[in-house]
Design a protein around this ligand. Structure first.
Ligand code: MTE
Ligand code: MO
Length: 372
């Protein structure tokens, strides 16, 4: 059993698949803290978790022609300036279960918890690439990452990001070795993972083994044959993965974490809580909440850390305390967020349904009963 050596996990996690391990925190725990505690940070593994020895761990950075390839130990990585940022990581499949209700999709049944926030520390990728002699070139190029996790044929997890993002100090792409002040937990990439602020989780390669700069995107299955969006009209018989760009920056997202769908709330006043986030460093500027399915709206209070313009890498938590309209037996609670480009979420999921169930960011809805 290649999974026999996987780490022990927190019992509160809701497991979507045991081997490989995929699990999300329950919604009410997810927004209990602005920074998600490591043991309940959502986990998305495609393969068994490698057990790496920090003493013998090496990161291979392929240099350009005429440059210098690097073979870095953990101590070598610690020599680069230590950079720290709070970043929200979201899987492209977050909220996929809502797409499944429209029509079957291929993928794990994530609810609203395939998203979490941590304070990461590590070396900046641009510093490491510069040390190897890489520069921004005029032509298109991509930084390809390879994990040290692999399938029975020896194929490793891989992904890539454009070189321009990797080389931009303002994009703050990290080779992270700390998560919330601790060495990375094994499930989250020990000893080193990539953190690409504002970009889909799939590019944050864990158990990082190799970095290279290539003229083309990574040839990995997860770069080329997965993590792409399509029209609702496209099915598995006609899908052409080469026709769509790989997902990088994610669209604006929000969800209600309290109360839960189907719950019974007290009459009088109701407290509604949730999260909101957008990709590409776009800040959430507003969250609107409705108690009547979207007929009327109230503006929620944004909590959590104020985000920098163009570098809003982390989510905002939000809440609204609202009187329950007298005589109501049930509430259809809805939330939607707006980012600083005035991007909004689509109101329903059917028009954004896609065969892989990615990019599910329609208005989030929960239906609750009110005690008389
Ligand atoms: N890196 C490796 N090496 N192997 C993986 O399976 N999964 C990716 C990414 N990096 C993955 C990986 C996906 S799809 C996501 S959403 C994030 O890791 C999840 O990171 P987390 O498990 O720390 O939450
Ligand atoms: Mo993912």
């Amino acid at each position: 059993d290649p999974y026999a050596d996987d780490p022990v996990r927190h019992p509160a996690l809701k497991v979507n698949s045991q081997r490989p391990f995929n699990a999300e925190p329950p919604p009410e725990l997810l927004t209990e803290n602005y920074i998600t505690p490591n043991p309940i940070f959502f986990t998305r593994n495609h393969l068994p978790v490698p057990n790496l020895d920090p003493e013998t761990y090496r990161l291979h950075v392929v240099g350009p022609p005429g440059g210098q390839s690097l073979c870095l130990s953990l101590d070598d990585l610690y020599q680069f300036p230590k950079h720290e940022i709070t970043v929200t990581l979201q899987c492209a499949g977050n909220r996929r279960s809502e797409m499944t209700r429209i029509k079957e999709v291929k993928g794990l049944e994530w609810n609203t918890g395939a998203i979490s926030t941590a304070h990461w520390a590590g070396a900046r990728l641009c510093d490491v690439l510069a040390k190897a002699g890489h520069q921004l070139c005029g032509t298109e190029a991509h930084v390809c990452f390879e994990g040290l996790d692999s399938d029975p044929t020896g194929t490793a997890y891989g992904a890539s990001i454009p070189l321009a993002r990797a080389m931009d100090p303002e994009a703050e792409v990290l080779l992270a070795y700390e998560m919330n002040g601790q060495p990375l937990p094994r499930d989250h990439g020990f000893p080193v993972r990539v953190v690409v602020p504002g970009v889909v989780g799939a590019r944050h390669v864990k158990w990082l083994g190799k970095v290279s700069v290539e003229p083309e995107e990574s040839y990995s299955h997860w770069q080329r044959r997965d993590y792409k969006g399509f029209s609702p009209s496209v099915d598995w018989d006609i899908v052409d993965f080469d026709s769509a760009p790989s997902i990088q920056e994610l669209p604006v997202q929000s969800a209600i974490t309290e109360p839960k769908d189907g719950e019974t709330v007290q009459s009088g006043e109701v407290t509604i809580k949730g999260y909101a986030w957008s990709g590409g460093g776009r800040a959430v500027v507003r969250v609107d909440v409705s108690l009547d399915g979207g007929l009327t709206w109230q503006v929620a209070e944004l909590d959590g850390e104020e985000q920098r313009p163009r570098k809003a890498w982390a989510w905002r938590l939000w809440q609204l305390q609202a009187p329950v309209p007298a005589g109501k037996k049930e509430l259809n609670i809805v939330c939607k967020a707006v980012d600083d480009s005035y991007n909004v979420q689509p109101d329903t999921v059917a028009p954004i349904w896609n065969l892989r169930g990615v990019l599910s960011n329609a208005w989030h809805r929960v239906h609750v009963h009110v005690t008389p």
